[in-house]
Design a protein around this ligand. Structure first.
Ligand code: PA5
Length: 464
Protein backbone atom coordinates (compact mmCIF):
# COMPACT_ATOMS: atom_id res chain seq x y z
CA UNK A 1 0.00 0.00 0.00
CA UNK A 2 1.32 3.44 -0.87
CA UNK A 3 0.12 6.89 0.16
CA UNK A 4 0.80 9.72 -2.32
CA UNK A 5 0.16 13.06 -0.67
CA UNK A 6 2.06 15.70 -2.69
CA UNK A 7 -1.21 17.22 -3.92
CA UNK A 8 -2.09 18.28 -0.38
CA UNK A 9 0.45 21.11 -0.73
CA UNK A 10 0.00 24.46 -2.42
CA UNK A 11 3.24 24.12 -4.41
CA UNK A 12 1.66 21.10 -6.20
CA UNK A 13 -1.73 22.78 -6.54
CA UNK A 14 -2.40 26.31 -7.80
CA UNK A 15 0.08 28.04 -5.49
CA UNK A 16 -2.76 29.59 -3.50
CA UNK A 17 -4.68 26.77 -1.88
CA UNK A 18 -3.47 23.78 0.08
CA UNK A 19 -1.04 23.27 2.93
CA UNK A 20 2.33 25.02 3.03
CA UNK A 21 5.45 22.87 3.33
CA UNK A 22 6.24 24.66 6.59
CA UNK A 23 2.99 23.30 7.98
CA UNK A 24 4.20 19.78 7.24
CA UNK A 25 7.28 20.53 9.35
CA UNK A 26 5.02 21.67 12.13
CA UNK A 27 3.09 18.37 11.95
CA UNK A 28 6.37 16.42 11.93
CA UNK A 29 7.47 18.22 15.13
CA UNK A 30 4.16 17.54 16.84
CA UNK A 31 3.82 13.89 15.92
CA UNK A 32 6.02 12.31 18.63
CA UNK A 33 3.64 13.81 21.21
CA UNK A 34 0.68 12.30 19.34
CA UNK A 35 2.30 8.85 19.38
CA UNK A 36 3.18 9.29 23.05
CA UNK A 37 -0.45 10.10 23.89
CA UNK A 38 -1.64 7.01 22.01
CA UNK A 39 0.93 4.92 23.92
CA UNK A 40 -0.22 6.29 27.27
CA UNK A 41 -3.83 5.68 26.42
CA UNK A 42 -3.04 2.16 25.21
CA UNK A 43 -1.49 1.42 28.58
CA UNK A 44 -4.73 2.61 30.19
CA UNK A 45 -6.70 0.11 28.11
CA UNK A 46 -7.90 2.39 25.30
CA UNK A 47 -6.98 1.69 21.65
CA UNK A 48 -7.79 -2.02 22.13
CA UNK A 49 -7.77 -2.60 18.35
CA UNK A 50 -3.93 -2.38 18.42
CA UNK A 51 -4.06 -5.95 19.79
CA UNK A 52 -5.75 -7.32 16.66
CA UNK A 53 -2.52 -8.07 14.81
CA UNK A 54 -1.84 -10.90 17.20
CA UNK A 55 -4.80 -13.30 17.08
CA UNK A 56 -3.34 -16.70 16.24
CA UNK A 57 -5.65 -18.60 18.61
CA UNK A 58 -8.76 -16.68 17.60
CA UNK A 59 -8.07 -17.26 13.90
CA UNK A 60 -7.45 -20.98 14.44
CA UNK A 61 -10.62 -21.29 16.55
CA UNK A 62 -12.74 -19.50 13.95
CA UNK A 63 -11.35 -21.56 11.09
CA UNK A 64 -12.17 -24.76 12.96
CA UNK A 65 -15.67 -23.52 13.79
CA UNK A 66 -16.24 -22.40 10.18
CA UNK A 67 -15.00 -25.71 8.76
CA UNK A 68 -17.52 -27.58 10.92
CA UNK A 69 -20.39 -25.29 10.01
CA UNK A 70 -19.46 -24.91 6.35
CA UNK A 71 -20.41 -28.49 5.38
CA UNK A 72 -23.92 -28.33 6.76
CA UNK A 73 -25.28 -25.04 5.40
CA UNK A 74 -25.42 -23.29 2.08
CA UNK A 75 -26.50 -19.81 3.21
CA UNK A 76 -25.12 -17.54 5.93
CA UNK A 77 -27.52 -14.92 7.27
CA UNK A 78 -25.83 -12.12 9.23
CA UNK A 79 -27.94 -9.91 11.51
CA UNK A 80 -26.32 -6.73 12.82
CA UNK A 81 -26.12 -2.98 12.31
CA UNK A 82 -23.47 -0.23 12.14
CA UNK A 83 -20.09 -1.56 13.22
CA UNK A 84 -21.60 -5.04 13.42
CA UNK A 85 -22.47 -5.13 9.71
CA UNK A 86 -20.51 -2.63 7.60
CA UNK A 87 -17.15 -4.35 8.03
CA UNK A 88 -18.45 -7.68 6.79
CA UNK A 89 -20.13 -5.97 3.84
CA UNK A 90 -16.73 -4.48 3.01
CA UNK A 91 -15.00 -7.87 3.15
CA UNK A 92 -17.68 -9.53 1.04
CA UNK A 93 -17.59 -7.02 -1.80
CA UNK A 94 -13.83 -6.51 -1.76
CA UNK A 95 -12.76 -10.13 -1.49
CA UNK A 96 -15.42 -12.27 -3.14
CA UNK A 97 -16.42 -12.10 -6.79
CA UNK A 98 -19.27 -9.71 -7.64
CA UNK A 99 -22.83 -11.04 -7.36
CA UNK A 100 -21.57 -13.83 -5.10
CA UNK A 101 -25.06 -15.14 -4.34
CA UNK A 102 -25.88 -15.51 -8.02
CA UNK A 103 -22.87 -17.74 -8.75
CA UNK A 104 -23.22 -21.51 -9.06
CA UNK A 105 -22.04 -23.76 -6.23
CA UNK A 106 -19.02 -24.66 -8.32
CA UNK A 107 -18.09 -21.03 -8.98
CA UNK A 108 -18.40 -20.34 -5.24
CA UNK A 109 -16.20 -23.40 -4.59
CA UNK A 110 -19.11 -24.70 -2.51
CA UNK A 111 -18.82 -21.89 0.01
CA UNK A 112 -22.25 -20.65 1.15
CA UNK A 113 -24.17 -17.68 -0.14
CA UNK A 114 -24.48 -14.80 2.31
CA UNK A 115 -27.09 -12.18 3.20
CA UNK A 116 -26.30 -9.32 5.56
CA UNK A 117 -29.41 -7.75 7.07
CA UNK A 118 -28.43 -4.40 8.55
CA UNK A 119 -31.74 -2.63 8.84
CA UNK A 120 -35.23 -3.09 10.20
CA UNK A 121 -36.88 -2.36 6.89
CA UNK A 122 -39.67 -4.96 6.78
CA UNK A 123 -39.45 -5.26 2.99
CA UNK A 124 -35.76 -6.28 3.11
CA UNK A 125 -36.35 -8.76 5.92
CA UNK A 126 -39.40 -10.37 4.30
CA UNK A 127 -37.58 -10.50 0.96
CA UNK A 128 -34.52 -12.18 2.45
CA UNK A 129 -36.52 -14.76 4.38
CA UNK A 130 -38.57 -15.63 1.32
CA UNK A 131 -35.37 -16.39 -0.63
CA UNK A 132 -33.57 -18.44 2.03
CA UNK A 133 -34.28 -22.08 2.91
CA UNK A 134 -34.41 -22.26 6.74
CA UNK A 135 -33.18 -25.87 6.65
CA UNK A 136 -29.93 -24.80 5.01
CA UNK A 137 -29.19 -21.49 6.73
CA UNK A 138 -26.66 -20.57 9.38
CA UNK A 139 -27.60 -17.39 11.24
CA UNK A 140 -24.92 -15.24 12.84
CA UNK A 141 -26.41 -12.61 15.15
CA UNK A 142 -23.82 -9.91 15.82
CA UNK A 143 -24.16 -7.29 18.53
CA UNK A 144 -21.37 -6.22 20.81
CA UNK A 145 -23.77 -4.86 23.43
CA UNK A 146 -26.25 -7.62 22.74
CA UNK A 147 -29.08 -5.18 23.26
CA UNK A 148 -29.42 -3.05 20.12
CA UNK A 149 -33.13 -2.74 19.24
CA UNK A 150 -32.72 -3.36 15.49
CA UNK A 151 -30.67 -6.52 15.93
CA UNK A 152 -32.86 -7.82 18.76
CA UNK A 153 -35.99 -7.35 16.61
CA UNK A 154 -34.34 -9.01 13.60
CA UNK A 155 -33.31 -11.93 15.80
CA UNK A 156 -36.83 -12.43 17.18
CA UNK A 157 -38.32 -12.47 13.68
CA UNK A 158 -35.67 -14.82 12.31
CA UNK A 159 -35.83 -17.05 15.38
CA UNK A 160 -39.61 -17.46 15.05
CA UNK A 161 -39.11 -18.29 11.34
CA UNK A 162 -36.49 -20.92 12.22
CA UNK A 163 -38.54 -22.37 15.10
CA UNK A 164 -41.56 -22.70 12.87
CA UNK A 165 -39.65 -24.45 10.11
CA UNK A 166 -37.38 -26.65 12.21
CA UNK A 167 -38.64 -26.73 15.79
CA UNK A 168 -36.90 -24.85 18.62
CA UNK A 169 -34.33 -27.56 19.42
CA UNK A 170 -33.05 -27.87 15.87
CA UNK A 171 -33.17 -24.08 15.41
CA UNK A 172 -30.47 -23.69 18.06
CA UNK A 173 -27.99 -25.58 15.87
CA UNK A 174 -28.49 -22.99 13.11
CA UNK A 175 -27.45 -20.09 15.29
CA UNK A 176 -24.30 -18.41 16.59
CA UNK A 177 -24.12 -15.15 18.49
CA UNK A 178 -21.11 -12.82 18.35
CA UNK A 179 -21.24 -10.61 21.40
CA UNK A 180 -19.55 -9.41 24.59
CA UNK A 181 -17.87 -12.33 26.37
CA UNK A 182 -19.55 -11.72 29.71
CA UNK A 183 -22.54 -9.43 29.55
CA UNK A 184 -25.64 -8.42 27.61
CA UNK A 185 -28.90 -10.14 26.64
CA UNK A 186 -27.42 -12.18 23.76
CA UNK A 187 -24.76 -13.63 26.04
CA UNK A 188 -27.47 -14.56 28.57
CA UNK A 189 -29.63 -16.15 25.88
CA UNK A 190 -26.69 -18.12 24.52
CA UNK A 191 -25.94 -19.57 27.95
CA UNK A 192 -29.60 -20.34 28.68
CA UNK A 193 -30.38 -21.99 25.33
CA UNK A 194 -27.03 -23.57 24.50
CA UNK A 195 -26.47 -21.37 21.43
CA UNK A 196 -22.87 -21.13 20.17
CA UNK A 197 -21.34 -17.75 21.07
CA UNK A 198 -18.17 -16.01 19.94
CA UNK A 199 -16.53 -13.14 21.78
CA UNK A 200 -16.18 -9.53 20.71
CA UNK A 201 -13.13 -8.35 22.68
CA UNK A 202 -14.51 -5.86 25.26
CA UNK A 203 -11.65 -3.45 24.55
CA UNK A 204 -12.55 -3.15 20.82
CA UNK A 205 -15.42 -0.82 19.85
CA UNK A 206 -18.08 -1.76 17.29
CA UNK A 207 -16.75 0.26 14.35
CA UNK A 208 -13.20 -1.02 15.01
CA UNK A 209 -14.32 -4.67 15.21
CA UNK A 210 -14.29 -6.02 11.65
CA UNK A 211 -11.00 -7.83 12.32
CA UNK A 212 -12.45 -9.60 15.40
CA UNK A 213 -14.91 -12.52 15.24
CA UNK A 214 -17.49 -9.89 14.15
CA UNK A 215 -16.04 -9.97 10.62
CA UNK A 216 -13.75 -12.96 10.83
CA UNK A 217 -16.43 -15.63 11.35
CA UNK A 218 -18.69 -14.70 8.42
CA UNK A 219 -15.59 -14.04 6.31
CA UNK A 220 -14.18 -17.49 7.06
CA UNK A 221 -17.57 -19.08 6.35
CA UNK A 222 -17.53 -17.73 2.78
CA UNK A 223 -13.93 -18.71 2.17
CA UNK A 224 -12.02 -15.48 2.79
CA UNK A 225 -8.45 -16.05 3.98
CA UNK A 226 -8.70 -14.56 7.47
CA UNK A 227 -5.10 -15.36 8.32
CA UNK A 228 -3.92 -13.10 5.51
CA UNK A 229 -6.35 -10.40 6.55
CA UNK A 230 -4.69 -10.32 9.95
CA UNK A 231 -1.20 -10.43 8.40
CA UNK A 232 -2.08 -7.34 6.37
CA UNK A 233 -3.39 -5.62 9.49
CA UNK A 234 -0.15 -6.44 11.29
CA UNK A 235 1.86 -4.67 8.59
CA UNK A 236 -0.15 -1.47 9.10
CA UNK A 237 0.21 -1.81 12.88
CA UNK A 238 4.00 -2.19 12.63
CA UNK A 239 4.31 0.95 10.49
CA UNK A 240 2.10 2.89 12.91
CA UNK A 241 4.66 2.55 15.72
CA UNK A 242 7.18 4.86 13.95
CA UNK A 243 7.52 8.30 15.55
CA UNK A 244 8.87 9.74 12.28
CA UNK A 245 5.69 11.11 10.67
CA UNK A 246 6.89 10.74 7.10
CA UNK A 247 7.48 7.03 7.71
CA UNK A 248 4.17 6.46 9.45
CA UNK A 249 1.49 6.34 6.73
CA UNK A 250 -1.56 6.23 9.03
CA UNK A 251 -0.11 8.98 11.22
CA UNK A 252 0.69 11.11 8.19
CA UNK A 253 -2.75 10.63 6.65
CA UNK A 254 -4.48 11.59 9.92
CA UNK A 255 -2.21 14.62 10.31
CA UNK A 256 -2.87 15.91 6.79
CA UNK A 257 -6.64 15.53 7.01
CA UNK A 258 -6.73 17.15 10.44
CA UNK A 259 -4.49 20.05 9.31
CA UNK A 260 -6.62 20.58 6.19
CA UNK A 261 -9.69 20.85 8.44
CA UNK A 262 -8.22 22.77 11.40
CA UNK A 263 -5.97 25.16 9.47
CA UNK A 264 -7.71 25.52 6.10
CA UNK A 265 -11.35 24.80 6.89
CA UNK A 266 -11.47 21.72 4.64
CA UNK A 267 -13.80 19.78 6.86
CA UNK A 268 -15.38 17.57 4.22
CA UNK A 269 -13.36 14.43 3.68
CA UNK A 270 -14.31 12.52 0.54
CA UNK A 271 -13.21 8.91 0.13
CA UNK A 272 -13.34 7.93 -3.52
CA UNK A 273 -12.15 4.45 -4.43
CA UNK A 274 -11.84 3.72 -8.13
CA UNK A 275 -13.32 0.26 -7.73
CA UNK A 276 -16.87 -1.00 -7.35
CA UNK A 277 -15.45 -3.60 -5.02
CA UNK A 278 -14.48 -0.85 -2.56
CA UNK A 279 -17.85 0.91 -2.55
CA UNK A 280 -18.75 -0.73 0.77
CA UNK A 281 -15.31 0.11 2.12
CA UNK A 282 -16.15 3.79 1.57
CA UNK A 283 -19.40 3.33 3.52
CA UNK A 284 -17.47 1.59 6.32
CA UNK A 285 -14.96 4.48 6.40
CA UNK A 286 -17.79 7.00 6.64
CA UNK A 287 -19.05 5.37 9.83
CA UNK A 288 -15.55 5.05 11.28
CA UNK A 289 -14.57 8.67 10.63
CA UNK A 290 -17.97 10.22 11.48
CA UNK A 291 -18.82 8.31 14.64
CA UNK A 292 -15.29 8.47 16.02
CA UNK A 293 -14.54 12.15 15.41
CA UNK A 294 -17.90 13.91 15.47
CA UNK A 295 -18.04 14.99 19.11
CA UNK A 296 -19.58 17.85 21.07
CA UNK A 297 -16.89 17.78 23.79
CA UNK A 298 -13.16 17.40 23.84
CA UNK A 299 -11.20 15.07 26.12
CA UNK A 300 -11.46 17.60 28.97
CA UNK A 301 -15.23 17.87 28.62
CA UNK A 302 -15.10 21.33 27.00
CA UNK A 303 -17.67 21.92 24.23
CA UNK A 304 -16.07 21.88 20.77
CA UNK A 305 -18.73 20.56 18.37
CA UNK A 306 -15.95 19.22 16.15
CA UNK A 307 -15.59 16.62 13.51
CA UNK A 308 -15.00 16.32 9.77
CA UNK A 309 -17.86 15.20 7.52
CA UNK A 310 -16.91 12.10 5.52
CA UNK A 311 -18.48 11.68 2.09
CA UNK A 312 -18.39 8.45 0.06
CA UNK A 313 -17.93 8.48 -3.71
CA UNK A 314 -16.93 5.91 -6.31
CA UNK A 315 -14.83 6.51 -9.39
CA UNK A 316 -15.29 6.69 -12.25
CA UNK A 317 -19.09 6.80 -11.73
CA UNK A 318 -19.13 9.86 -9.46
CA UNK A 319 -17.02 11.86 -11.91
CA UNK A 320 -20.39 12.32 -13.57
CA UNK A 321 -22.25 13.19 -10.36
CA UNK A 322 -20.29 14.81 -7.51
CA UNK A 323 -16.91 15.72 -9.04
CA UNK A 324 -18.14 19.00 -10.53
CA UNK A 325 -18.75 20.18 -6.94
CA UNK A 326 -15.35 18.90 -5.81
CA UNK A 327 -13.66 20.78 -8.67
CA UNK A 328 -15.42 24.11 -8.50
CA UNK A 329 -17.42 24.31 -5.27
CA UNK A 330 -16.21 25.69 -1.95
CA UNK A 331 -12.62 24.99 -0.87
CA UNK A 332 -13.84 22.86 2.02
CA UNK A 333 -12.88 19.36 0.89
CA UNK A 334 -10.06 16.88 0.70
CA UNK A 335 -10.54 14.00 -1.72
CA UNK A 336 -8.76 10.72 -1.00
CA UNK A 337 -8.63 8.32 -3.92
CA UNK A 338 -8.05 4.60 -3.54
CA UNK A 339 -6.77 2.86 -6.64
CA UNK A 340 -5.95 -0.78 -7.34
CA UNK A 341 -2.98 -1.34 -9.64
CA UNK A 342 -3.65 -4.90 -10.75
CA UNK A 343 -7.19 -5.34 -12.02
CA UNK A 344 -9.00 -7.89 -14.22
CA UNK A 345 -7.98 -7.65 -17.86
CA UNK A 346 -10.76 -6.76 -20.26
CA UNK A 347 -9.33 -5.60 -23.57
CA UNK A 348 -11.32 -2.99 -25.42
CA UNK A 349 -11.81 -4.48 -28.90
CA UNK A 350 -11.91 -2.68 -32.18
CA UNK A 351 -14.61 -3.25 -34.78
CA UNK A 352 -15.27 -2.43 -38.39
CA UNK A 353 -16.59 1.05 -39.02
CA UNK A 354 -15.32 2.40 -35.69
CA UNK A 355 -16.07 6.14 -35.46
CA UNK A 356 -12.88 8.24 -35.30
CA UNK A 357 -14.03 9.52 -31.92
CA UNK A 358 -13.73 6.00 -30.45
CA UNK A 359 -10.44 5.09 -32.14
CA UNK A 360 -8.31 5.92 -29.07
CA UNK A 361 -9.98 3.15 -27.00
CA UNK A 362 -9.15 -0.19 -28.69
CA UNK A 363 -5.78 -1.53 -27.62
CA UNK A 364 -6.33 -0.34 -24.05
CA UNK A 365 -8.02 -2.29 -21.28
CA UNK A 366 -11.01 -1.26 -19.17
CA UNK A 367 -8.73 -1.26 -16.11
CA UNK A 368 -6.35 1.16 -17.85
CA UNK A 369 -9.25 3.48 -18.55
CA UNK A 370 -10.38 3.30 -14.89
CA UNK A 371 -6.94 4.12 -13.52
CA UNK A 372 -6.28 6.78 -16.16
CA UNK A 373 -9.52 8.45 -15.05
CA UNK A 374 -8.33 8.41 -11.45
CA UNK A 375 -5.03 10.07 -12.42
CA UNK A 376 -6.82 12.59 -14.60
CA UNK A 377 -9.29 13.49 -11.83
CA UNK A 378 -6.49 13.88 -9.29
CA UNK A 379 -4.53 16.11 -11.69
CA UNK A 380 -7.61 18.15 -12.60
CA UNK A 381 -8.43 18.72 -8.92
CA UNK A 382 -4.84 19.86 -8.35
CA UNK A 383 -5.06 22.27 -11.25
CA UNK A 384 -8.18 23.73 -9.63
CA UNK A 385 -6.34 24.12 -6.31
CA UNK A 386 -8.11 21.21 -4.60
CA UNK A 387 -6.27 19.09 -2.07
CA UNK A 388 -6.20 15.37 -2.77
CA UNK A 389 -4.26 12.25 -1.83
CA UNK A 390 -4.09 8.77 -3.31
CA UNK A 391 -3.82 5.39 -1.63
CA UNK A 392 -2.58 2.74 -4.10
CA UNK A 393 -3.08 -0.95 -3.48
CA UNK A 394 -1.08 -3.41 -5.57
CA UNK A 395 -4.16 -5.66 -5.87
CA UNK A 396 -7.32 -6.47 -3.96
CA UNK A 397 -6.54 -9.49 -1.83
CA UNK A 398 -6.97 -10.41 1.82
CA UNK A 399 -3.54 -9.04 2.77
CA UNK A 400 -4.03 -5.62 1.17
CA UNK A 401 -7.61 -5.28 2.43
CA UNK A 402 -6.54 -6.18 5.99
CA UNK A 403 -3.80 -3.56 5.71
CA UNK A 404 -6.17 -0.92 4.31
CA UNK A 405 -8.76 -1.52 7.03
CA UNK A 406 -6.19 -1.33 9.81
CA UNK A 407 -4.58 1.73 8.18
CA UNK A 408 -7.90 3.59 8.42
CA UNK A 409 -8.51 2.42 11.99
CA UNK A 410 -5.04 3.63 12.99
CA UNK A 411 -5.56 6.95 11.19
CA UNK A 412 -8.84 7.35 13.09
CA UNK A 413 -7.10 6.61 16.39
CA UNK A 414 -4.42 9.25 15.63
CA UNK A 415 -7.07 11.70 14.45
CA UNK A 416 -8.71 11.37 17.87
CA UNK A 417 -5.55 12.89 19.34
CA UNK A 418 -5.21 15.63 16.70
CA UNK A 419 -8.86 16.63 17.21
CA UNK A 420 -8.58 16.21 20.99
CA UNK A 421 -11.62 13.91 21.20
CA UNK A 422 -12.30 10.39 22.40
CA UNK A 423 -12.62 8.41 19.15
CA UNK A 424 -14.04 5.37 20.93
CA UNK A 425 -17.28 6.61 22.44
CA UNK A 426 -20.54 7.51 20.71
CA UNK A 427 -22.80 9.31 23.18
CA UNK A 428 -24.96 10.65 20.35
CA UNK A 429 -25.68 7.12 19.09
CA UNK A 430 -26.42 5.96 22.64
CA UNK A 431 -28.93 8.78 23.10
CA UNK A 432 -30.76 7.67 19.96
CA UNK A 433 -30.76 4.09 21.25
CA UNK A 434 -32.26 5.17 24.59
CA UNK A 435 -34.96 7.27 22.94
CA UNK A 436 -35.82 4.31 20.70
CA UNK A 437 -36.26 2.17 23.81
CA UNK A 438 -38.51 4.89 25.27
CA UNK A 439 -40.53 5.14 22.05
CA UNK A 440 -41.02 1.37 22.01
CA UNK A 441 -42.12 1.28 25.67
CA UNK A 442 -39.09 -0.52 27.13
CA UNK A 443 -39.44 -0.49 30.94
CA UNK A 444 -36.98 1.83 32.67
CA UNK A 445 -36.69 4.29 29.76
CA UNK A 446 -39.79 6.46 30.25
CA UNK A 447 -37.64 9.06 32.03
CA UNK A 448 -35.93 9.75 28.69
CA UNK A 449 -39.04 11.85 27.92
CA UNK A 450 -41.36 12.03 24.95
CA UNK A 451 -40.07 11.48 21.43
CA UNK A 452 -43.28 12.55 19.74
CA UNK A 453 -42.91 15.38 17.23
CA UNK A 454 -44.83 18.51 18.19
CA UNK A 455 -46.96 19.00 15.09
CA UNK A 456 -48.94 21.99 16.31
CA UNK A 457 -48.78 24.96 13.95
CA UNK A 458 -48.04 28.54 15.00
CA UNK A 459 -51.38 30.29 15.50
CA UNK A 460 -50.96 32.57 12.45
CA UNK A 461 -50.64 29.48 10.21
CA UNK A 462 -53.22 27.29 11.93
CA UNK A 463 -56.20 28.80 10.13
CA UNK A 464 -54.52 29.03 6.70
O1 PA5 B 1 -19.45 1.63 16.37
C1 PA5 B 1 -20.35 1.46 17.15
O2 PA5 B 1 -20.16 1.33 18.36
C2 PA5 B 1 -21.80 1.36 16.68
O3 PA5 B 1 -21.94 1.69 15.34
C3 PA5 B 1 -22.30 -0.07 16.87
O4 PA5 B 1 -21.54 -0.95 16.09
C4 PA5 B 1 -23.78 -0.19 16.52
O5 PA5 B 1 -24.54 0.76 17.22
C5 PA5 B 1 -24.29 -1.59 16.85
O6 PA5 B 1 -24.06 -1.89 18.19
P1 PA5 B 1 -24.04 -3.36 18.73
O7 PA5 B 1 -22.94 -4.11 18.07
O8 PA5 B 1 -23.85 -3.23 20.20
O9 PA5 B 1 -25.39 -3.96 18.40
Amino acid sequence: MKLSYGRMFSDKLDGQHGLARAQLNDLIQRFPAVIAEVDTRRQRGEYGFYGLGDQGDVVRGIKKFADGVGQAYDHVLVLGIGGSALGMKTLLSALRPPAWNELSDEAREYFPRITILENVDPTSIAGALSRIDPRRVFVNVISKSGGTAETAAQYLVVRAWLDQALGPDAAVRHLAFTTDPAKGPLRELAAREGIAALDVPPEVGGRFSVLTPVGLLPAALIGIDIERLIQGARKALDEAQRPDLLNNPAGLYSALLWAADAWLGARIHVLMPYSDRLRDFAAWFVQLWAESLGKRSDRRGQPIFAGPTPVPAVGATDQHTQVQLFMEGPFDKVVTFVRVEEVDEIKIPTRPGLPDDFAYLPGHTIGELLNAEQEATSAALARMGRMNATISLPRLDAGSVGELIMFMQLATGFAGVWYGVNPFDQPGVELGKRLTFAAMGRPGYSREGSVTLDQSLPSDLAGA
